[in-house]
Design a protein around this ligand. Structure first.
Ligand SMILES: [Zn+2]
Length: 76
């Protein structure tokens, strides 16, 4: 198995066919999301990347909404 481009000790199965690099679950990000990629339809990195984008967008929307009933616990 290949190793993550950012974590040389981490084995991963996410490989970018276009750039010929591997990325671990933590680093998995499409490098050229705006550009056409012929490998995209079968790319596990692209799949994970899309999920991350969705998650981030949802979090941002949540943080923009006013938060009520904040409970402060365990500080000190
Ligand atoms: Zn990594």
């Amino acid at each position: 198995m290949p190793y993550c481009v950012n974590h040389p000790h981490r084995e991963t199965s996410y490989v970018c066919m276009k750039h010929d690099i591997a990325m671990c679950e933590e680093c998995v990000t499409c490098r050229d999301p705006e550009l056409y990629c012929k490998h995209r339809t079968a790319c596990p990195i692209w799949f994970e990347y899309k999920e991350k984008i969705k998650e981030e967008r949802r979090r941002r929307e949540e943080s923009e909404a006013p938060a009520y009933g904040e409970s402060a616990s365990g500080s000190g």
